[in-house]
Design a protein around this ligand. Structure first.
Ligand SMILES: *Cc1c(COP(=O)(O)O)cnc(C)c1O
Length: 439
């Protein structure tokens, strides 16, 4: 006979996946397989094959003791975040499943999701920087990232130095040494090395291995995190954690979301690097909402398919554009000429992506004529969606960049930025062909 007072129910099943969920026998399962079910147990949600959207602001605790334990995780008394669900600014089932699946792609211990790529970047930087500190970054960065460092963080006593994306080991060493001196004078430290590779719109790749060696040599091993915005090649074509980065950043709005129907961001890395960011996210908010997280779970099921197809399409379109009489040149990772860039590509990338630059013969007028003549490709900024997009950086995304800096970055009036989608490749070629004929 059961004593009605004694709890007879077994402990609540863990929502968190068990490690063996990633293997069959000795065989580690591939990310493409794990995207269908990893981190979600249908039996905990009435057998629903897909996770429900948990539209709630707060979660009921099993007991007061459980509530206390969860809050120890939230407040950092115990590292690694909450063991259970607490309140929707901190965590939620859709977000946790998403984070479990995101970390798989980068081989990361953990991940955190955010309401946008920029929220991820801003919360990450704020978590690591104090007054007097120096951020070293590669250049150019996504305009809003560069702006946050140069215009916002500087108001709080954080300074910065940058090096060109393609910089050599010696050049990186020199900038880090300068940053170390600068930090010492300001009473701070080098707080972070922040990279973006390939740079937009130049497509210059950063040598992450060289940056790691430089950090270890000049600042000390693991002295500050090396962070990299992997939006353009991730999660499929580049895994920067394998090359020495500590934290990977994504605008999930792009390839991961992939359908141009949501805005979100994420970071992935070791728990120890992510914990300060999680703590600040708990305070500030900025976690992705349940609906967006659910949409991203949908998207992750096809991310490999979509990116593979887009990459194949881009290779075909670029093969057509190369040598076209109205095309002056291409900034496409599949056709790098520079020996050092080629070497970085070979070491760091497994694919050339589907976002590239086309230099039209002529200037703004010819480029606009080309853009206005496109029938399939839509005129829009952003990238990584199922549909092909084209834009004019000098007149759009980089309009506010001073002319001098534009010239230095190679953002010319004849540069058209293209993100290839998953349409039929021959249709896309026909579209580019007729638009070039109209120039
Ligand atoms: C779009 C983008 C961002 C910003 O992401 P949002 O989701 O728009 O906030 C950051 N970095 C890169 C490289 C991007 O392309």
């Amino acid at each position: 006979m059961n004593d009605p007072v004694t709890p007879t129910t077994p402990p609540t099943p863990r929502r968190k996946p068990k490690p063996e969920a990633t293997t069959i026998g000795n065989r580690p399962l591939k990310p493409a397989t794990l995207m269908m079910g990893f981190g979600y147990d249908p039996s905990l949600s009435e057998g629903s094959l897909k996770p429900p959207i948990f539209q709630t602001s707060t979660f009921a605790f099993e007991s007061a003791a459980a509530g206390k334990r969860h809050f120890e995780g939230i407040t950092g008394k115990r590292p690694g975040g909450a063991e259970g669900l607490v309140y929707s600014r901190f965590n939620g089932p859709n977000q946790e499943i998403l984070e479990d699946r995101l970390s798989i792609w980068d081989g990361a211990e953990d991940a955190l999701c955010f309401s946008s790529g920029m929220t991820a970047i801003c919360v990450l930087m704020l978590a690591y920087c104090s007054a007097g500190d120096v951020i070293v970054h590669s250049g150019p960065l996504y305009a809003a990232s560069e702006g946050f460092v140069a215009k916002t963080l500087t108001r709080f006593g954080v300074t910065y130095l940058d090096f060109a994306a393609g910089a050599s080991r010696d050049e990186i060493d020199a900038v880090l040494a300068q940053a170390k001196d600068m930090a010492a004078k300001q009473g701070g430290k080098v707080a972070m090395v922040y990279l973006e590779s390939p740079a937009n719109p130049t497509n210059a790749l950063v040598d992450v291995e060289a940056v790691r060696d430089a950090r270890d040599a000049v600042l000390g091993k693991g002295e500050c995190p090396i962070v990299i915005d992997n939006t353009f090649l991730g999660p499929l074509w580049s895994r920067p954690l394998d090359h020495g980065a500590d934290i990977v950043v994504y605008s999930l709005t792009k390839y991961v979301g992939g359908h141009s129907d949501l805005v979100a961001g994420g970071i992935a890395g070791a728990k120890a690097w992510l914990d300060p960011v999680r703590m600040l996210r708990n305070t500030m908010g900025g976690i992705a909402d349940p609906n967006t997280s659910w949409m991203l779970l949908r998207s992750l099921e096809t991310v490999e398919l979509r990116m593979t197809r887009a990459g194949e399409n881009a290779a075909k379109v670029c093969a057509f554009l190369k040598g076209h009489p109205k095309v002056e040149g291409l900034g496409y990772l599949g056709m790098i000429e520079d020996a050092r860039q080629k070497d970085i590509f070979a070491r760091h990338c497994t694919g050339a992506g589907s976002t590239f630059s086309v230099f039209i013969k002529g200037g703004e007028a010819e480029s606009f004529r080309f853009l206005d003549s496109l029938k399939i490709a839509k005129l829009a900024v952003s990238l990584g969606g199922t549909e092909t997009l084209a834009s004019h950086p000098a007149a759009m995304t980089h309009l506010s960049v001073p002319d001098e800096r534009k010239a230095k970055l190679g953002i010319t009036d004849n540069l058209v930025r293209v993100s290839i989608g998953i349409e039929d490749a021959e249709d896309l070629i026909a579209d580019f062909d007729q638009a070039l004929a109209a120039v």
